[in-house]
Design a protein around this ligand. Structure first.
Ligand SMILES: [Fe+2]
Length: 418
C-alpha cells in the first residue's frame, strides 16, 4: 500500500464526518491536546506542519515543514487514539487485541492542527494534534536529539552549590520547585537553617513525597557506635560510594541532616559520577562498555539480612545517556564474570577506581550543625574523612526519597512554576 497525500490537495477536505463522530473526535482532540500541553501549540509561529503523508505497509511516513521525516506505525497510532484512554484518569483502556495486526487507514487527512485517520476496522476514526505527533515522534533522528537534563560538575562546583533555607522550603512551593530543579540538574544541593530536631530531616524530605524504607529503617543516624553493623557507624574514613547497590533498586535521593559536627576531621566528600563516567567514556570507551554491559554482584549481610543483587556499574537510558552509577567497594561481592574477560573487566574497574580518587573531581564539605546536604545517590558518590570522636560529637541523620517520587513532584510543581 503506497498512498501519498499532499498538504495542498487535502488541506480543507475534512468535511464528510457525521455529527456523532465529530462529537467523539472533539473529545478525543481535547484529550490529546491535554496530553500535549507542554508541546508548541499549532498555529503559533513555531508550529511545525505536515508537508506530506505517505502510507506504507505498516506505517504512515510523515514529512514535516522543518525537514524531519517521522514514521507512525498503524498499530501505534490506533493504540494511542485518545478514545482509548479513560476520560477522568487518562489511563489506557483500549485493548490492542480488539483490532487485527493488519489494521490500516482507509482515509487520512491533515490540516494545520490535526491528522485524521479513518481505520479499516471497527468503523473508527482518530484525530491526532500535530503538536502531539511531534512530541511523541520516535524516529531515529528525533530520538538522537533527546538529551539529558543533567549537568555534570567537577571540583569547582563547591563554589556554586545550590542552596535554600529550610523555613522557605517548608512554606513555599515555588522555593521548593526551584531548589528541586537545581538538585535535579546537578545531583547535589544544600538546605540551611534546619531545626535542631530529630524530625527535621523527615519533615523536610516529606515536602517532596513519602520516604524510602530500607533494612536500616526509615531514618538512620550516622554516628560512631560501639558495635557497628556498617562502616558508616564507625569513625574511620569512608571511601566514595553509592548506598545500597546490593538492593534491587538502590535508594534515590539521600538527605543528610547535620545535627553536630564538632569532631576533628569528618568532612563529607562528594564526586559527580556523571562527570567521571563522561570522561571515562571519552578516554577509555572499551572500559566504559565493559562496566555498562556486565553485571557484578553486590551484597550486604548481618544477623538479620542477606541482601544481594547483580548490577552493571553503569546504567544508560535508551538514548545512551548515563543515568546511574552503582559503586560500593564494601558491598561489591566476589566477581563472577565469564573468565574470558575477567582480566579486562578488572582493568576497567581499576580505571574507574583511580578516577574516583582524582582530586579534580572531588568536593569536600565540612557540614555545620543546621545544614543538610541532599544528593542523588544513584549519580553522586559520597564519602567522609576520618574523625576523632574524642574531640566532639559528629551526628548526621538521614533518610531517602526515591527518584520516581522526586521526579513526580518536580513535574507537578513545574506545571505551576516552570
Ligand atoms: Fe553512604
Amino acid at each position: 500500500m503506497m498512498l501519498k497525500i499532499h498538504r495542498l490537495y487535502h488541506f480543507f477536505s475534512v468535511i464528510n464526518i457525521d455529527v456523532t463522530k465529530t462529537t467523539n473526535l472533539r473529545e478525543n482532540l481535547d484529550m490529546q491536546q491535554a496530553i500535549a500541553s507542554s508541546a508548541p501549540k499549532p498555529g503559533t509561529e513555531n508550529a511545525v506542519l505536515i508537508e506530506e503523508a505517505e502510507q506504507k505497509q505498516h506505517a504512515l511516513s510523515v514529512r514535516w515543514s522543518d525537514g524531519n521525516i517521522t514514521s507512525y506505525h498503524y498499530l501505534w497510532l490506533r493504540d494511542n487514539c485518545a478514545s482509548g484512554f479513560h476520560p477522568d484518569t487518562q489511563e489506557r483502556c483500549f485493548d490492542q487485541l480488539s483490532v487485527s495486526a493488519d489494521i490500516h487507514p482507509i482515509r487520512i487527512e491533515f490540516d494545520t492542527e490535526c491528522l485524521s485517520v479513518d481505520w479499516s476496522e471497527g468503523d473508527h476514526s482518530s484525530r491526532y494534534p500535530l503538536s502531539w505527533l511531534r512530541e511523541f515522534a520516535y524516529s531515529e533522528e528525533l530520538r538522537r536529539q533527546q538529551t539529558s537534563s543533567y549537568e555534570s560538575w567537577a571540583s569547582d562546583f563547591v563554589e556554586r552549590i545550590p542552596a535554600a533555607e529550610q523555613p522557605e522550603v517548608m512554606s513555599s512551593d515555588e522555593v521548593l520547585y526551584h531548589w528541586m530543579s537545581d538538585l535535579d540538574k546537578h545531583g547535589l544541593a544544600i538546605i540551611r537553617k534546619m531545626p535542631a530536631t530529630d524530625e527535621a530531616v523527615v519533615d523536610t524530605a516529606q515536602r517532596i513525597d513519602y520516604l524510602r524504607r530500607t533494612n536500616f529503617g526509615v531514618t538512620f543516624n550516622v554516628i560512631s557506635v560501639p558495635k557497628p553493623i556498617n562502616l558508616a557507624y564507625t569513625s574511620i574514613a569512608l571511601p566514595l560510594h553509592t548506598d545500597l547497590a546490593n538492593q534491587e533498586v538502590p535508594p534515590g535521593y539521600q538527605f543528610l541532616h547535620c545535627l553536630a559536627n564538632e569532631s576533628e576531621g569528618g568532612a563529607s566528600t562528594f564526586v559527580d559520577g556523571l562527570r567521571v563516567l563522561e570522561d571515562l567514556r571519552e578516554e577509555a570507551p572499551e572500559h566504559f562498555r565493559l562496566l555498562a554491559e556486565h553485571p557484578i554482584p553486590f551484597r550486604f549481610h548481618d544477623e538479620d539480612h542477606d541482601i544481594r543483587q547483580h548490577h552493571p556499574v553503569i546504567n544508560l537510558d535508551c538514548f545512551g545517556n548515563i543515568v546511574e552509577i552503582k559503586y560500593n567497594a564494601h558491598l561489591a561481592d566476589i566477581f563472577d564474570l565469564p573468565e574470558v574477560f575477567m582480566h579486562e573487566y578488572y582493568l576497567a574497574y581499576r580505571n574507574l577506581m583511580g578516577r574516583l580518587k582524582d582530586p579534580r573531581y572531588m568536593i569536600r564539605l565540612k557540614l555545620k550543625g543546621g545544614e543538610m546536604v541532599v544528593f542523588d545517590n544513584r549519580r553522586v558518590l559520597h564519602g567522609r574523612d576520618a574523625f576523632d570522636p574524642t574531640t566532639g560529637l559528629r551526628h548526621l541523620r538521614g533518610c531517602y526519597v526515591d527518584r520516581s517520587e522526586f521526579k513526580s513532584r518536580l513535574r507537578v510543581l513545574a506545571k505551576q512554576f516552570a
